[in-house]
Design a protein around this ligand. Sequence first.
Ligand SMILES: *[C@@H]1O[C@H](CO)[C@@H](O)[C@H](O)[C@H]1NC(C)=O
Ligand SMILES: *[C@@H]1O[C@H](CO)[C@@H](O)[C@H](O)[C@H]1NC(C)=O
Ligand SMILES: *[C@@H]1O[C@H](CO)[C@@H](O)[C@H](O)[C@H]1NC(C)=O
Length: 280
Amino acid sequence: MRRFPLAAAAAAFLLVLLPLATAATTSGGKSPPTSTTAAKAKAPAPAPAPPNVTALMSKGGCKAFASLVTKSPDALSSFQSAVGGGVTAFCPTDDAVRAFMPSYKNLSDDGKASLLLFHAVPVYYTLRGLKSSNGPMNTLATDGSSRNYNFTVQNVGDQVSIRTEASDAVAKVRSTVYDKDPVAIYAVDTVLEPVELFEPVEAPAPAPAPVADAPKASKRGARHRPKHVADAPGPAVDDDAADGDQRKNAKKNKAPGGGQSTRWLAAITAAVAVAAAVLV
Ligand SMILES: *[C@@H]1O[C@H](CO)[C@@H](O)[C@H](O)[C@H]1NC(C)=O
Ligand SMILES: *[C@@H]1O[C@H](CO)[C@@H](O)[C@H](O)[C@H]1NC(C)=O
Ligand SMILES: *[C@@H]1O[C@H](CO)[C@@H](O)[C@H](O)[C@H]1NC(C)=O
């Protein structure tokens, strides 16, 4: 008969623990839902509409590029969904796009989308941040390791330039079209050519070689159906962007209450073990 109070105590202990554990699990480790009305009152006002990237580009001297983005559903949706997490776009000027149109028209729809998404990185960079970010960067066209679609930022003096392996010419940042955290748009004077779509300049280019290789390159792009999921900045970006303000919108450290739930489960298990030991 002496066991009964102990068992009752263990049961009471569990009864107290369980609701707490449930609360911790459902609230994901955030503050417990003491009062829903108070929580509602404190909820922030709905976020302002995200900036319209294509409209901003059009206004800033990149009307032709914005128009190409608008006509590519894959590119447009990827640009739009990237805006919230931070994005820096490099839009070629209208002259640059005009000169590039014959090559652009040769690309498949996937190739077009990839080329357009190649002109933005999924990180917000101020001009100052760019100037301290020499090195390779992943773009919105990057998708895992099979679709590198990276370019190289190189700074000479005060001039920010972008280089790819597919072109001798560097694209120079000419002006700031828009800069308001988390979105920056800079105008560049040349269309960026990803080496995934255009022959690298290093390759010796006797007449037959490019003709034989060019269709292969676009077929390769078409076979891998691009998802155009904006990757988090890859290791390349991490290495170079560790300092400065460019990392400030990497709000990726929202650790959900997983750890806490696990701890609660461990506590319950321990309590049950104690109760069992007492009852036996
Ligand atoms: C963005 O602006 C363009 C005009 O430049 C307009 O056609 C488009 O509907 C706008 N998109 C959104 C999502 O408001
Ligand atoms: C477009 O593709 C055709 C056939 O592959 C090729 O002959 C032509 O040179 C290409 N034009 C441009 C501008 O790349
Ligand atoms: C960039 O892309 C090229 C070509 O796909 C690849 O060879 C290279 O490893 C990539 N560099 C980085 C730093 O990801």
